[in-house]
Design a binder for this molecule. Structure first.
Ligand code: GRF
Length: 209
């Protein structure tokens, strides 16, 4: 798991995966030493490392080791192309809007929600997508819409989206882990698909929903 910030998404994975035989967080890699996520990793007993130079592909590859899936959550640094290539279709990011809208260079954190509010959009959401060579442009794995309410502030919208991120990311990680290493991008929760959670609850995504 790659982090730069407070690590609430890391926490959602730690809490949701627990001792799951399907997937677990094996290591946390931070782009900065003051990332709050490091403390969450320590509390959970998960090994953590801080990158001396996030642009150094060799350092990052060494930190990721033999991880089957690399998850970016609140990670703000560019992933070097050599790492993208090595982790093709095994490197995902969570973004706090419905990509391809409100993404791209410089669109992270509160800037995303500010842009959504300024646009007057009625819907925002959370997107999990593959990381490729372009910022926020890799194939989408899954999306979850979130309404924008009249009178929303930066804080109220960010909180509503973050809550959904915390539900979406564990679902996606579990499902990708179950499927193993794919040859091509996987699209989850498309209309008409079904999804079985770790508790054997089946979620159906109706056509046209
Ligand atoms: C989340 O909105 C995530 O989508 C974004 O950073 C925010 C906070 O992440 N990329 P976290 O609390 O550090 O997981």
């Amino acid at each position: 798991m790659l982090v730069s910030g407070g690590g609430t998404n890391l926490q959602s994975l730690l809490d949701a995966l627990g001792d799951s035989p399907v997937a677990r967080v094996t290591r946390v890699v931070a782009s900065r030493p003051d990332a709050g996520a490091l403390e969450r990793a320590r509390r959970a007993g998960v090994p953590a490392a801080v990158l001396a130079d996030p642009a150094d592909a060799r350092e990052l590859l060494a930190a990721l080791g033999d991880a089957r899936l690399a998850v970016l959550a609140g990670y703000v640094k560019r992933v070097p192309p050599a790492v993208v290539a090595r982790f093709r279709w095994r490197l995902i990011n969570i973004h706090p809007a419905l990509l391809p809208a409100f993404g791209g260079p410089g669109m992270y954190g509160d800037r995303v929600h500010r842009a959504v509010l300024a646009s007057g959009a009625a819907v925002s959401g959370a997107t999990v997508h593959y990381v490729d060579e372009e910022y926020d442009r890799g194939p989408i794995v899954a999306q979850w819409p979130v309404p924008v309410h009249p009178g929303d502030t930066l804080e109220t919208l960010a909180a509503r989206v973050l809550e959904v991120e915390h539900r979406l990311l564990p679902l996606v990680v579990l499902e990708l882990a179950r499927r193993g290493a794919p040859e091509e991008p996987v699209r989850l929760f498309a209309a008409g698909s079904t999804f079985v959670t770790g508790d054997d609850v089946e979620i159906r995504f109706a056509q046209g929903s």
